[in-house]
Ligand binder design. Structure first.
Ligand code: CUA
Length: 320
């Protein structure tokens, strides 16, 4: 169904969300009718002066109570399961998606493509590809809202949040900020441009991207002096970063955390917060020295060396 009161659904997930929405509307209408049609009918049937049978009804009380409690409850549970399934589809990005970074700031959206292309208030994507957005804010809370894809997610400073979509149709679609974020909140709008895969490739090249995110991250990694400590041959002993991404890291405190984007980010900005077991904290904080864009580049680089050397994993797991 595609009613004119909703923006056009531009993905399969959006279509499914609409189905759920219409399912709820239909259920509400049906329940409404069951309650109100008899009310109106009885108003006329038992009107004062009408010759109606007014003797008390003898009905099996328990049967009625149980039926009108259980039947609606079961129907609502079905809807709950339906909605929960849809929620998990929306919340869990499928594997194998292309990752695009989104940085919110008062009052614009900055977009970084893995190939190095950057854009503001525009997001170019190929049709038919899974796109995962890794989002953060450099000031206040924003919310990245794509109405035609029926997805919306808060973009929070100091944190990475994600959302994903797969555009089925070519065209341009709205980007809105849907969290009040100051004077020009209403102007924080943009557009998603869905192109054919071939056009998208051309667009990437035309943008003359220069360094990819990984290359930019690697350059920063050297410029900021990370490589001075985080490499096998260095004098200062720091945990090697090859292979660390998405792996469990045992901490001094005895805790074990997963080295996801948030952990990597925290380790760069607040190195004293979570110290890797067997190491001392010699690392300075890079808070204020790197921008959100640079953090994402560094993380892209660390992710790219995730499978480079299994050496770290062995040393973390200790002798067998
Ligand atoms: Cu950004 Cu509202």
């Amino acid at each position: 169904m595609n009613f004119p009161i909703l923006p056009r659904a531009a993905s399969r997930v959006a279509q499914q969300t609409d189905n759920l929405y219409w399912g709820l509307i239909i259920l509400s209408v049906v329940v409404c009718m069951i309650v109100f049609v008899p009310i109106i009918y009885f108003i006329f049937k038992y009107r004062e002066g009408k010759p109606a049978d007014r003797r008390p009804l003898r009905l099996p009380q328990n049967t009625i109570e149980i039926t009108w409690t259980l039947v609606p409850a079961l129907i609502m549970v079905c809807y709950y399961v339906w909605a929960a399934k849809q929620y998990f589809v929306i919340e869990r990005p499928p594997v194998g998606a292309m990752e695009v970074n989104v940085i919110g700031k008062q009052w614009m959206w900055k977009i970084q493509h893995p190939e190095g292309n950057r854009e503001i208030d525009e997001l170019h994507v190929p049709a038919g590809r899974l796109v995962k957005l890794v989002m953060t804010s450099q000031d206040v809370i924003h919310s990245f809202y794509l109405p035609e894809f029926r997805i919306k997610q808060d973009v929070v400073p100091g944190r990475y949040t994600t959302e994903w979509f797969k555009a089925e149709r070519l065209g341009t679609y709205h980007i809105f900020c849907s969290e009040y974020c100051g004077t020009s909140h209403s102007g924080m709008i943009g557009r998603v441009v869905v192109m054919t895969p071939a056009d998208y490739e051309h667009w990437l090249i035309r943008g003359q991207p220069g360094d990819t995110l990984i290359q930019a991250g690697e350059r920063l990694y050297r410029e900021l002096g990370c490589s001075g400590c985080h490499s096998g041959s260095s004098v200062v002993r720091a945990p090697p970063l090859e292979g660390v991404y998405n792996k469990p890291v045992p901490l001094m405190s005895g805790e074990v955390v997963t080295a996801d984007e948030a952990y990597l980010r925290d380790s760069i900005l607040f190195p004293a917060k979570q110290i890797v077991g067997g190491y001392t904290n010699d690392m300075p904080s890079f808070q204020g020295r790197v921008t959100e864009e640079q953090l994402l580049e560094l993380i892209a680089y660390i992710k790219s060396v995730a499978n480079a050397a299994p050496g770290l994993r062995d040393s973390l797991e200790g002798p067998k």
